[in-house]
Design a protein around this ligand. Structure first.
Ligand SMILES: NC(=O)c1ccc[n+]([C@@H]2O[C@H](COP(=O)([O-])OP(=O)(O)OC[C@H]3O[C@@H](n4cnc5c(N)ncnc54)[C@H](OP(=O)(O)O)[C@@H]3O)[C@@H](O)[C@H]2O)c1
Length: 309
């Protein structure tokens, strides 16, 4: 099995899965994709992917990637009654599981796959679909070192960085920590942007400074168009961010680690969801912060870069 001849499968053509599978296909990999809502997968044929009608068609692939929403969804698509392994006459050698899920859920999946003789790499990611298109996605991986080494060429077609952090489910806790930080930073950026604006500074001017300061980041730069011009088309939804903050707080309870900032950020995202922000971007934290500060925001209609394109 090498990067040029392995047959790859991809389950889950959502915002992330689409962009990741597209890079595999455009990179010349032999990839067959499946999505529950078939219409979302169909356009990938133009990128060179084969589009499966039934998930069990992917069972004969060498390596199957999975990128769905929650741990229950992961278990359903792989082990469920109509899942990948349901027919029992074929199985991949390896599953590369990329969704952001719990340590325990990942361990249960690894055990179920091991019982069937299937290797698993836990490989969650940092970056949204635009980051993937810009070729800047990063993976954090755990599992047997040999499994990581075997998957590495395919990960490299999707994004340049793949950190191997050790055996078992260690990658899950790294990803959970990463997204707790994402939630806290997004809420803090919303707070200071609204404070600066209410004190008289236009958002584009404030963020221009922040982005060039020592506190600026890839994240603050790529959220700047949303914060300045209020384009909240979803890159990552509030329910998925709440999932990750809940995973962080659950892990914090397990390990007796106080996480006061994570708790507040979790409730900020909860308020967002309570106000009906289910399908737009989590950058709508800015709108909540403005409403809680007694101001209504308008798009500034100033061209600002995102640091990616
Ligand atoms: N968006 C980001 O910036 C980002 C970044 C890093 C990690 N993540 C993580 O990556 C994962 C995917 O996120 P996303 O933003 O791509 O989400 P998304 O756009 O909502 O896509 C979710 C995908 O999972 C599929 N799915 C969900 N439940 C399923 C089930 N029970 N059976 C079959 N398919 C199912 C959906 O199929 P349908 O199309 O049929 O609904 C869709 O393809 C999540 O774990 C998320 O936390 C996201």
């Amino acid at each position: 099995m090498n990067a040029s001849n392995a047959r790859l499968g991809w389950i889950g053509i959502g915002r992330m899965g689409y962009a990741m599978a597209e890079r595999l296909a455009k990179g010349g990999a032999d990839v067959t994709v499946w999505n529950r809502t078939a219409a979302k997968a169909a356009p990938l044929a133009a990128a060179g992917a084969k589009v499966a009608q039934d998930i069990v068609e992917l069972a004969s692939c060498d390596v199957v990637f999975v990128m769905v929403s929650t741990v229950d969804d992961v278990h359903e698509v792989i082990l469920g009654a109509n899942g990948l392994l349901s027919r029992g006459d074929a199985k991949p050698r390896m599953i590369v599981e990329c969704s952001s899920i719990s340590v325990d859920g990942s361990a249960a999946l690894r055990a179920a796959l091991a019982a069937r003789g299937i290797d698993m790499l836990a490989a969650p990611v940092s970056g949204n679909a635009k980051v993937i298109k810009a070729g800047r996605l990063s993976f954090v991986c755990s599992g047997p070192r040999a499994t990581f080494d075997a998957a590495r060429p395919y990960l490299g077609l999707i994004g340049p960085a793949a950190s191997y952090v050790g055996e078992g489910e260690l990658a899950r806790i790294v990803k959970i920590c990463h997204n707790v930080f994402l939630g806290v930073v997004a809420q803090s950026l919303a707070e200071i942007t609204v404070l600066a604006q209410k004190a008289g500074v236009p958002r584009h001017a404030f963020l221009d400074f922040m982005n060039q300061s020592v506190m600026g980041s890839t994240f603050s730069r790529y959220k700047t168009p949303a914060y300045v011009n209020l384009d909240f088309k979803a890159t990552f939804t509030p329910p998925l961010l709440r999932k990750d903050l809940d995973l962080g707080l659950e892990a914090a309870r397990t390990h007796d680690v106080p996480m006061p900032l994570a708790s507040v950020a979790r409730d900020a995202v909860q308020s967002l969801i309570g106000h009906g922000h289910l399908d737009d971007d989590f950058a709508t934290l800015l709108l909540m912060q403005a409403a809680n500060s007694g101001i209504t925001l308008a798009p500034e209609n100033v061209p600002v870069g995102d640091g990616l394109s």
